[in-house]
Write a protein that binds this ligand. Structure first.
Ligand SMILES: NC(=O)C1=CN([C@@H]2O[C@H](COP(=O)(O)OP(=O)(O)OC[C@H]3O[C@@H](n4cnc5c(N)ncnc54)[C@H](OP(=O)(O)O)[C@@H]3O)[C@@H](O)[C@H]2O)C=CC1
Ligand SMILES: Nc1nc(=O)c2c([nH]1)NC[C@@H]1CN(c3ccc(C(=O)N[C@@H](CCC(=O)O)C(=O)O)cc3)C=[N+]21
Length: 284
């Protein structure tokens, strides 16, 4: 079998066109959605992602701002900046690019972002709402993965979803979203014994470990859908994921590539969340 490729770039474009229409409607009512991204330090990968967020929000006609701070910024200074953005009525979304330098307590600063502007969905209030299946902001990467499945007409209800990785930004919210959509969910992680035993049962296998190409055809049930969240830049400059694409494609039914799979969806959902935030402001 050769897996069908899920084209994340093309699906992201479809999501973005819908957001574009919503931005036009908002602008007609005198509101320009505003996104501010804070980048601490000069990590090249983070710079690439932030540049892509800025480009896309500008293309949509949003107000887009990137604030770059030196790696030496104190937690207090960062909190002051977040408080200013919370007060700024032209800013609908505040995104603090992760990871942060070690001297800054990530939880502490993420909690300072107003839940109504937390377009990443990382604030405890939004995490709680996701658990309760209430409306808040859903983290962009797992939200984008749900869209990939929906646009590809891959059903979720009743399916066995196995998540490899349990981070707060991908694995955990991914499992909760799939549970809300009535999947049977198994979480696996670095302490899981006999990983293949679980991954081989998956109808939907979501991989977010940060371990290059660790998932091969030996982990996959024939016909399964494989979603690769991982992103690594190899020494030759090429990108690859947490899944060995060539091997996995031999047995999977559907698979996402890297690049061009989950990454573009993360950006698209960030645009949607920012637009949603502006719409909510208008209806208040
Ligand atoms: N395309 C996109 O939009 C995005 C891509 N990413 C990429 O996705 C990957 C994962 O990111 P993130 O979730 O933030 O990573 P983290 O490092 O925060 O979490 C990795 C998770 O994988 C688990 N893990 C590590 N090694 C293994 C293993 N050998 N077997 C099973 N589980 C393992 C860890 O387990 P334990 O908890 O036990 O340590 C942990 O739960 C990275 O490559 C990152 O760059 C991330 C966000 C967005
Ligand atoms: N607060 C916060 N929110 C995030 O959403 C967040 C973060 N911090 N820290 C880092 C991770 C990673 N991430 C990606 C976004 C886009 C691509 C993306 O567009 N990837 C393209 C390729 C990009 C390239 O060429 O390098 C693709 O896969 O096709 C990848 C990864 C968001 N993250």
């Amino acid at each position: 079998m050769t897996a069908k490729i899920i084209d994340g770039k093309q699906i992201a474009e479809q999501v973005i066109s819908k957001v574009e229409e919503r931005v036009k409607l908002l602008k007609g009512q005198g509101i320009t959605p505003g996104l501010t991204v804070i980048l601490v330090g000069d990590d090249p990968a983070s710079q690439t992602y932030v540049a892509s967020k800025e480009r896309t929000s500008q293309r949509l006609g949003m107000k887009s701002e990137v604030i770059i701070k030196p790696v030496t910024i104190s937690e207090k200074e960062l909190l002051t900046l977040i408080h200013q953005l919370n007060e700024d009525t032209t800013v609908d979304g505040v995104l603090l690019q992760l990871p942060l330098p070690k001297h800054i307590d990530e939880n502490n600063v993420l909690q300072a972002i107003l839940p109504e502007k937390d377009v990443d969905g990382f604030h405890p209030v939004n995490v709680g709402k996701l658990m309760l299946n209430q409306e808040g902001f859903v983290p962009c990467t797992p939200y984008g993965i749900i869209q990939l499945l929906d646009y590809s007409s891959i059903s979720i209800e009743g399916k066995h979803a196995v998540i490899v990785g349990r981070s707060n930004i991908v694995g955990k919210p991914m499992g909760q979203l799939l549970l809300n959509r009535h999947a049977t969910v198994t979480y696996t992680h670095s302490r899981t014994q006999n990983l293949e035993k679980f991954t081989k049962q998956a109808d939907l296998l979501i991989v977010a470990t940060g371990q290059p190409q660790m998932i091969t055809k030996n982990h996959i049930k024939p016909g399964a859908t494989v979603i690769d969240v991982g992103i690594h830049r190899n020494s030759d400059g090429r990108l690859s994921g947490d899944v060995d694409f060539a091997s996995a494609s031999e047995v999977a039914g559907f698979i996402t590539p890297v690049p061009g799979g989950v990454g573009p969806m993360t950006i698209a959902m960030l645009m949607e969340n920012t637009c949603l935030s502006a719409e909510r402001k208008l209806s208040k």
